[in-house]
Design a protein around this ligand. Structure first.
Ligand SMILES: [Fe+2]
Ligand SMILES: [Fe+2]
Length: 182
């Protein structure tokens, strides 16, 4: 088994959860008129949440899930749902970012709060399904040859999407968000 790719996906989830926790801490302040939420932290965290899953994490999972489906057709419903989740998550993230921009422009807090809560709960539920059902299934059913061909599919020499420098840029943004938290 090639555990490197799976390990990277698990590590992405750990980072994503850290950001969701930080965002949630700030969102809780939205219900208190005397509290001062760190809006910059939310906006920066959202930048990571908009870009990184769309450019790196979800494309990797999409390839992985297509391969699991070949091995385990019985998982089709769960896999289809996970793939749909990626699109729903992209929409919820964009809606939250828009609601935040409107709130910073003067709109009341409750819309951003509701959009943020939807975004956080969907993200957490999706990652839990992946970690309890899909990642273990990948670990159990894929052969070393499967992992090699997935790797080959992802690491196209001319594809800047999966270059280490791109990933490093997002990791730096993630660290910056955490360093900026109060
Ligand atoms: Fe996913
Ligand atoms: Fe994931």
């Amino acid at each position: 088994m090639n555990s490197t790719l799976l390990q990277a996906l698990y590590e992405d989830h750990i980072r994503q959860r850290q950001l969701l926790d930080k965002i949630e801490t700030e969102l809780r302040k939205f219900g208190d008129d005397h509290a001062v939420p760190d809006l910059e932290l939310i906006v920066l965290a959202l930048k990571y949440c908009v870009d990184y899953p769309a450019r790196y994490h979800h494309p990797v999972e999409d390839v992985l899930y297509a391969r699991i489906l070949e091995k385990q057709p019985g998982l089709r419903d769960t896999l289809d749902k996970a793939l749909q989740d990626h699109e729903v998550l992209a929409r919820l993230t964009a809606s939250f970012a828009t609601a935040m921009a409107e709130m910073i422009g003067g709109a009341p807090r409750y819309k951003a709060l509701a959009a943020g809560e939807r975004f956080i709960s969907m993200f957490r539920r999706h990652m839990e399904t992946e970690e309890t059902k899909l990642f273990p299934s990948a670990r159990d059913s894929l052969t070393p040859e499967d992992w090699d061909s997935i790797d080959a599919e992802l690491k196209l020499p001319d594809d800047p999407l999966f270059g280490e420098n791109i990933r490093d840029a997002y990791l730096a943004l993630h660290r910056r968000v955490l360093a900026g938290s109060r």
